[in-house]
Ligand binder design. Structure first.
Ligand code: HEM
Length: 147
């Protein structure tokens, strides 16, 4: 009986701690990838740098010879912003429509991703955020390659 109260208090404290942990995990607002990347200014800076890399990349730059680059940049920023949980709306063509008739290869897709990773590293985007972004873009590959 003499121990009952301290044990009761310890149990109560333990319970409070686990409820607090569960509540934190359940209700705590996880930041969106968009927020963790640094929002639209950071995404715009990465896309600008990335397009610079693509323009200098002899493996794929000929593909963009007739492309409206300012539009492409704006579309990419909106697309990445929307795909990562940001407040933007992507108003461009579907990936299938935008790349139809180009017969883009795996190697070209990988080259473009490498150019993006270079920029993500330049801007010191952490590995976890890089992985999440590349997973989101990787999901579009089937609509971009081989059509
Ligand atoms: C994850 C990979 C890619 C994403 C997210 C992506 C995204 C986009 C977006 C948003 C547009 C603009 C669509 C519009 O203007 O309505 C676009 C256009 C374009 N993309 Fe991609 N793209 C990817 C891969 C590639 C690759 C690998 C190539 C070629 C090497 C490529 C070549 C082009 C070209 C040439 C255009 C302009 C088409 C035109 O002006 O008619 N894209 N892409």
């Amino acid at each position: 009986m003499r121990l009952a109260r301290p044990i009761g208090i310890l149990v109560a404290l333990g319970l409070t701690a686990s409820v607090a942990t569960v509540a934190h995990a359940t209700f705590g607002q996880q930041k969106s990838l968009y927020q963790r990347l640094g929002g639209k200014p950071a995404i715009t800076a990465v896309v600008d740098d990335f397009i610079g890399n693509v323009a200098a990349d002899g493996r794929i730059n000929a593909r963009f010879a007739n492309t409206n680059i300012p539009r492409l940049k704006a579309m990419l920023v909106d697309q990445i912003c929307a795909a990562t949980g940001g407040p933007c709306k992507y108003t461009g063509r579907s990936m299938l429509d935008a790349h139809r008739g180009m017969n883009i290869t795996d190697a070209e897709f990988n080259a473009l991703v490498a150019d993006l990773v270079k920029s993500l590293n330049t801007f010191k985007v952490p590995a976890e955020e890089q992985k999440e972004l590349l997973t989101a873009l990787g999901g579009m590959k089937g609509d971009i390659v081989g059509h």
